[in-house]
Design a protein around this ligand. Structure first.
Ligand code: FE2
Ligand code: FE2
Length: 163
């Protein structure tokens, strides 16, 4: 599809995040398994369940826009997840691996946050108010996941300093 209008750009970006969410969903179980701290495991598992709901919301958005849900290969998310997989293969120290996975997970969250922020702004601009609420619901979950990951990273750092 060639992008000519703002509508096209919006649709293409929606496909990008749809692809990204589905890709994240396939990567999260492996990360949950590899995480050694209980808090990290829990946050990743909760976010895996949230991500399933996010995919459903995106499918609802496609429906509202009378489009069939289709993804568009997102190189950015593939790169971030490939990096996480490298860490999972290479890093032996469980605490270092947790730190690496938190870093990758936060890179994912920040990517999603920018995408949803942009999509919300464009939806408003295009008068597609009906899709703003589900986009905003996904954005809130990404922000919350990012915040929880920061808290885990800081707690781990404090523990290391105290040790
Ligand atoms: Fe997400
Ligand atoms: Fe996320």
């Amino acid at each position: 599809m060639t992008v000519k209008t703002m509508e096209d750009l919006f649709t293409e970006t929606l496909k990008d995040i749809y692809y990204a969410e589905k890709h994240i969903l396939t990567a999260l179980p492996g990360m949950v398994k590899k995480a050694s701290s209980k808090q990290l495991k829990d946050v990743l598992e909760t976010h895996r369940q949230e991500t399933k709901g996010q995919v459903d919301r995106l499918e609802r958005i496609f429906k509202l826009l009378e489009l069939s849900p289709r993804g568009k290969k997102c190189e950015a998310i593939e790169g971030i997840i490939a990096e996480a997989k490298d860490h999972m293969e290479d890093i032996e120290d469980p605490d270092v691996l947790d730190a690496g996975m938190i870093g990758s997970a936060q890179a994912v969250e920040h990517y999603e946050i920018t995408r949803y922020g942009t999509l919300i702004a464009w939806a408003k601009q295009l008068g597609r108010d009906e899709v703003v609420e589900p986009l905003a619901a996904n954005l809130e979950q990404e922000k919350n996941a990012d915040k929880l990951l920061t808290e885990i990273a800081e707690a781990a750092l404090n523990q290391r300093v105290a040790a």
